[in-house]
Design a protein around this ligand. Structure first.
Ligand SMILES: Nc1ncnc2c1ncn2[C@@H]1O[C@H](COP(=O)(O)OP(=O)(O)O)[C@@H](O)[C@H]1O
Ligand SMILES: [Mg+2]
Length: 276
């Protein structure tokens, strides 16, 4: 099956809706100390506070791990950042000027926030490289864009991104034949094709082999620096191996934040999370 057929069949990417403002990534003002500012965010579902006065700051290029028991609000936090859920209260800024609470999901993605969901959604009949081609075309894909052959620069970017995630030797292999871990990395590569400044990764290592877990830890560390990376994960061993700043969420608020060694010895954390 060729890319054209996939596009016709699935209408994979929404054509930008009329009236939706396109944010030029150049509009992102990264001049401040932080790239992401979430302050006093509250989200209620029928009176239940999934997020309760949550305040969180992410620096440019930092790798942040978010842990916390089930229901702590980790996914809701990502939903607020990506515009899927509107907070009842609080402010959420990307850079100095972009108010995420007033932007659509499409605008937020265009401004430079990419999210990798837990479940891989690669196109199994297409090669790894074709998956990146579709991802590069992004939400503004039209049939017209896809019928054009790739130029050399685009081909180079696809190869370089596959190389980043360790899949260059799978360039022409169909995605459906990749291992579970490789599919997860391909999906990270698809998000990278949109050149996000902030990359949100929800539970990346579920179902991976030990070796794949180690490779994923290396990959996320490698991506930090050029990108800010926020990773939600349960696996303590994995978080320890990444050795970044850890934020513990509990009942929709920050319970503790700091280096893993400090956080894991915090009695509050032991009580609600590590001891469970
Ligand atoms: N759309 C929703 N409607 C009602 N309750 C929700 C909704 N989304 C999340 N919740 C509730 O909010 C709390 C936080 O959920 P979530 O952010 O998914 O937690 P986590 O990702 O940390 O496990 C949970 O109690 C969950 O049941
Ligand atoms: Mg979750």
């Amino acid at each position: 099956m060729n890319l054209r057929d996939t596009f016709r069949r699935d209408r994979v990417f929404d054509v930008v809706r009329p009236g939706t403002r396109t944010i030029n990534p150049g509009e992102l003002d990264t001049g401040g100390k932080y790239l992401l500012y979430m302050e006093n965010i509250t989200v209620s579902f029928d009176g239940f506070k999934a997020l309760n006065d949550l305040t969180l700051y992410i620096e440019p290029g930092e790798l942040r791990c978010i842990i916390g028991p089930n229901g702590a609000g980790k996914s809701t936090m990502m939903d607020v950042i990506t515009g899927k859920t509107r907070p009842d209260q609080g402010t959420c800024f990307f850079g100095q000027t972009l108010d995420l609470t007033r932007m659509s999901e499409t605008e937020i993605a265009g401004a430079g926030i990419g999210r990798k969901f837990q479940k891989p959604t690669v196109f199994p009949e297409h090669t790894a490289a074709e998956n990146l081609e579709l991802a590069m075309a992004g939400p503004k894909t039209t049939w017209h864009t896809l019928v054009h052959p790739l130029n050399g620069e685009q081909r180079d970017r696809i190869a370089a991104t596959l190389d980043t995630v360790g899949l260059l030797d799978r360039h022409d292999h169909v995605a459906g034949a990749l291992s579970h871990g490789q599919k997860q990395w391909l999906e990270i590569a698809m998000v990278l094709m949109q050149q996000p400044k902030l990359l949100l990764v929800d539970e990346p290592i579920a179902g991976m082999t030990r070796q794949e877990v180690e490779r994923t830890a290396e990959l996320l560390q490698q991506l930090a620096g050029e990108h800010s990376v926020v990773v939600v994960e349960h696996d303590m061993e994995f978080i320890r191996s990444i050795a970044s700043t850890v934020t513990v969420l509990h009942q929709g608020s920050v319970l503790a934040e700091g280096k893993m060694q400090d956080v894991q010895n915090d009695p509050k954390v032991i009580e609600v999370y590590l001891g469970e």
